[in-house]
Design a protein around this ligand. Sequence first.
Ligand SMILES: C[S@@+](CC[C@H](N)C(=O)[O-])C[C@H]1O[C@@H](n2cnc3c(N)ncnc32)[C@H](O)[C@@H]1O
Length: 289
Amino acid sequence: MPPSSRPPASAVRLDRLLAWARARLGDREDAVAVLGAALGLSRTQCLARPETPLAGAALRRAVAAVRACRRGLPLAYWLGEWAFHELTLAVNPATLVPRPDTERLVERALVLGDALGRRPRVVDLGTGSGCIALALARQRPRWRITAVDSSTAALAVARVNAARLGLGGIRWRLSDWWAALPGECFELILSNPPYVATADPHFPDLVHEPRRALHGGPDGLRAVERLLADSAAHLAPGGVLLIEIGYNQAPRALALARRHGWVGLRVHPDLAGRPRLLEAHRRALPPRR
Ligand SMILES: C[S@@+](CC[C@H](N)C(=O)[O-])C[C@H]1O[C@@H](n2cnc3c(N)ncnc32)[C@H](O)[C@@H]1O
């Protein structure tokens, strides 16, 4: 089959299908990822067995996946699930597709939480698919985890994920950030908030994911500043705030954190080495006399 615009007809070898997908998607790795996901093959299997014959339902599924991705639909929505930190999570257009960079937040939270005591109270603000809360619950079943989102539809997906994974201990709350948690304190406050700026050149490519999960206002920092302003009142003594930020936001996020009284500031790199994870603490109060 030539890599023409014509989809494969009856039966076809895997390498010919790959060439067709590559011509549609413009990149070999994307083509391998999409076909691998649609056919249930690993990257190695896709590349090491070029002569594998494909026909019938498997072929139709592969062609449909390539066409959907060519239209810009995230592969995760087409599949209805996505991998995150050793979990397979249901996702749909009500939820952001969990990104590998957010696994860094989970990893840092695990380190910090372990240092904070045996059963830290943890809150995941803007939980979406529930990925952060669920990854932590899987790794640390004894932690007391709360997860909030302002989207009823996203919370429904998160609850489904919890049920599917058998992770029953998380408190799920419909809330505008802290609104539904008055007076509650946590040792770990975590958030991957919406932080894409209105003029960000990547924004127009993200049309399939919910705007409320992405858009952080004109400079992208509206939710980040709100969390920096409001979270101190909910931080238990010795606690830590972790917020994922955009690739170009570290200097402004640090300035906002200082303005709102946070100390011990660090920015951890993402998988590509860009400064993407803001860590902030509060100054310990002097001991009472
Ligand atoms: C960038 S997504 C992160 C989703 C998920 N935690 C992840 O890492 O994939 C931000 C999430 O914040 C939620 N959100 C936006 N505004 C909110 C608000 N005012 N209060 C609570 N959640 C909010 C969105 O619905 C969305 O699920």
